[in-house]
Design a binder for this molecule. Structure first.
Ligand code: SF4
Length: 340
């Protein structure tokens, strides 16, 4: 809960106004896991709180560890579906990739989460719990909203989560250490841009509208050109960063002509492009781009004045692509329940 929500809770439980700050301190600074531990709240007050509320912290139900140190954590999600959070250590950085929905309704062709369909929005508590409940919680340096789900499709939970993460009464993170990735639902993206200072990542994946629509149906509702035109109205030159995500598929969007088109599309936009190696998914004709092609693509973009880097693949041995582990687990559980 945000401080404002905690004020309402405190008032509803007959606690003094300052109790909301005390509760926030217990939850987000001292990180207690029970109301009983909030010892500067009167015993009667704690009893009234505990009658209607709980801290809401729950541990991951399973984990998969990669040889490269990446850890994928599974949590109970919504609609009986599991969700994932992925811990990615990298030299002096420790990033957590969090989920915002169980499944997703955006239906991107290349995504295992999209294939699972939509099973429900995570609550703010579900999102914050991913950050607070993993063993590496205290050593995290970065948070990216790039896990399962489309954050702009669950803004009512994502915005309070960002407030809790960045407020001084909350986890007091700098917004510069948080990135929210979206396919670009325009109205919600505008709200995110206007009400937070977090970094923004946009899933582009193709500069050609027809091809993008065939990969990401959202292109039909929110064309990339409109998303980019919204972004042109914001300053990404110093405090806030704009990244464009581009998954590379062999023989599909990895020809150098696409680099040319992409650079034309991004003209005048302060941004950088992340080229992402595709993790093959079952029953898909989409192929991974080879190393040499990706390098040539990156170099062409750099020559054209666009900063581009190839993102290192992590955790390939633990089904690293978004939604793969949860998809596998959900399938096993469904198969098991059908068998019984
Ligand atoms: S890529 Fe993102 S928006 Fe598209 S289906 Fe997967 S989770 Fe949803």
């Amino acid at each position: 809960m945000t401080l404002q929500q905690l004020r309402e809770v405190a008032a509803g439980c007959g606690l003094p106004g300052f109790a909301a700050k005390q509760i926030a301190d217990w939850l987000y600074v001292k990180r207690v896991t029970s109301i009983d531990a909030m010892t500067n709240i009167s015993l009667k007050g704690r009893e009234r709180l505990a009658a209607s509320y709980c801290v809401g912290r729950f541990s991951p139900k399973a984990e998969a560890r990669s040889v490269d140190g990446t850890v994928k954590y599974l949590f109970d999600g919504k609609g009986g579906r599991d969700i994932e959070a992925v811990y990615i250590p990298d030299r002096d950085r420790a990033t957590l990739c969090v989920s915002s929905q169980a499944g997703c309704r955006m239906g991107c062709r290349f995504c295992m989460t999209g294939r699972q369909g939509f099973h429900g929005n995570l609550t703010t508590a579900d999102i914050i719990n991913q950050i607070l409940s993993i063993p590496e919680s205290q050593s995290l340096t970065n948070i990216v909203f790039m896990g399962m789900g489309e954050p702009m499709d669950n803004l009512d939970a994502v915005l309070p989560a960002l407030e809790i993460l960045t407020a001084t009464w909350g986890l007091a993170w700098s917004p510069k250490r948080i990135t929210v990735s979206t396919i670009g639902k325009i109205k919600e993206l505008k709200t995110l841009l206007n009400t937070t200072k977090v970094h923004i990542a946009i899933s582009v994946h193709s500069p050609v509208a027809e091809q993008r629509a065939s990969l990401m149906p959202v292109e039909n509702a929110y064309p990339l050109k409109d998303v980019l035109s919204l972004l042109r109205g914001y300053d990404f030159s110093h405090q806030r960063r704009l990244s464009l995500e581009y998954i590379m598929w062999g023989g599909l969007n990895d020809n150098l002509r696409y680099a040319q088109s992409l650079s034309r599309l991004l003209k005048g936009l302060d941004c950088r492009v992340n080229l992402i190696r595709f993790h093959a998914i079952p029953d898909s004709d989409l192929k991974t781009s080879d190393e040499a092609t990706m390098t040539a693509f990156r170099d062409r973009l750099n020559d054209l004045g666009i900063t581009a880097t190839i993102r290192t693949s992590r955790g390939e041995d633990i089904a690293a692509a978004c939604g793969m582990l949860a998809g596998k687990q959900n399938k096993q559980e469904n198969d098991g329940s059908q068998a019984s």
